[in-house]
Design a binder for this molecule. Structure first.
Ligand code: FAD
Length: 354
């Protein structure tokens, strides 16, 4: 039986927050599609929400979920080789890091900078995962999804996915019915290291370095820098790096000449949220069982049996302190899920404090 009732989601979110869902469906094969579509219809007729879930590494369950969670566990990887490239057709439930590891082991280079990002392949296009100067969009050819209302399949080209910084069309309201089933990636055989790969960038070293070396270097750097969710619950970077106007960045640079800043193509400037949080002396600060990570200020952790409210209160403390000190507003990258579906920090706080 693939449908469970009143199930705990603790094992299905990397914050390890206890929350229950009224219904849970494990979507393992496309043969289950008629059953799934009928279930979605029934749940929606009861005015209950539907949530598509991967590995829960970018989600905060703020309270029990009143609807249906569809846990996407579709599996399978097809590799099609041409003289110039490899095409990878990967089912949405495959583990992202395992895909990177297996490709590198097979001599298929390109994904090494994106090693050790938790989560499943189907979630990668949603926020256009990125690290060390590479993003999912750099390799994406197309994304296949099912519309959960009509049951129709669609295949969107990378251009139609409207990828941006931690963003894509799959985050927009009109795509909330889109359950991603498969992604197609193209990895050219002619490989070049990417500049911010975490290995020495001196020209000699950069010339000789292999994708496998970069892969190991990225894995090592990430394991040293980021807490392992298996040991300490977390959802990676809690906030997005804020983008401010050139004028505001110049004003801040006068006050803080060492502030990291990254000019964007549109003239605006991206700042490092982690640096702002650290400068606001928030490292190690706790709310109940939740804490700002000691080594990496951008990560909020479940230090000691935190409940969702602890994390929400801590996120608000960080947001408000950074705003007061720098006049920069931080937006959460982690998706907040309330009893009725997607919500945000402001709404959750109103609810918690009412
Ligand atoms: C320690 C740590 C480090 C991290 N480092 C990075 C990093 O370097 N770069 C980065 O970009 N992210 C990073 N993240 C965030 C996270 O790994 C990514 O966002 C990842 O893609 C989430 O995958 P998931 O399977 O856990 O998705 P979930 O958290 O389950 O879901 C995320 C969103 O995707 C939607 N979704 C999931 N599957 C599907 C599907 N099949 N169809 C449609 N929608 C779907 C969900 O509804 C939800 O809105 C990190 C997280 C952790 C815990």
């Amino acid at each position: 039986m693939m449908i469970e009732s009143n199930s705990s989601l603790k094992a299905f979110n990397t914050f390890s927050i206890e929350a229950k869902t009224q219904s849970l469906f494990h979507f393992k094969t496309l043969q289950q599609l008629p059953e799934l579509l009928a279930l979605v219809k029934r749940v929606r007729a009861e005015k209950r929400p539907v949530l598509i879930l991967g590995a829960g590494s970018n989600i905060l369950f703020c309270e029990d979920f009143s609807g249906l969670v569809i846990k996407v566990e579709l599996s399978g990887v097809d590799i099609i080789e041409s003289p110039e490239s490899y095409q990878l057709q990967v089912a949405a439930g495959e583990d992202w890091h395992q895909l990177v590891t297996d490709s590198i082991d097979k001599g298929i280079d390109g994904l090494e900078n994106l090693a050790l990002i938790p989560g499943v392949v189907g979630a990668a296009p949603v926020q256009n995962i990125g690290a060390y100067g590479c993003e999912f969009k750099d390799f994406c050819e197309s994304v296949e999804y099912i519309d959960l209302d009509s049951g129709e399949f669609f295949n969107l080209s990378a251009a139609a996915c409207l990828f941006g910084y931690r963003d894509s069309i799959f985050k927009s309201k009109k795509m909330e019915n889109a359950l991603i089933t498969k992604v197609t990636l193209t990895l050219p055989k002619k490989w070049q290291p990417h500049s911010r790969s975490g290995v020495s960038n001196q020209s000699d070293a950069a010339q000789k370095v292999t994708a496998k070396e970069i892969y190991h270097s990225v894995c090592q750097t990430r394991s040293e820098k980021l807490p392992d969710p298996e040991q300490l619950g977390n959802a990676g970077s809690f906030f997005k790096n804020p983008v401010v106007s050139k004028q505001q960045a110049e004003h801040l640079l006068n006050l803080y000449p060492n502030m990291p800043h990254y000019p964007q193509a549109d003239g605006n400037i991206k700042l490092a949220a982690g640096w702002l949080i650290e400068q606001a002396n928030l490292k190690g600060v706790q709310c109940g069982g939740a804490a700002v990570h000691q080594q990496q200020a951008l990560v909020l952790v479940n230090q000691d049996n935190a409940c969702a409210t602890d994390i929400v209160e801590l996120a608000e403390l960080v947001r408000a302190t950074v705003e007061e000190k720098f006049n920069v507003s931080l937006d959460h990258e982690v998706r907040f899920i309330g009893s009725q579906g997607e919500t945000n920090l402001k709404e959750v706080l109103q609810h918690v404090r009412a």
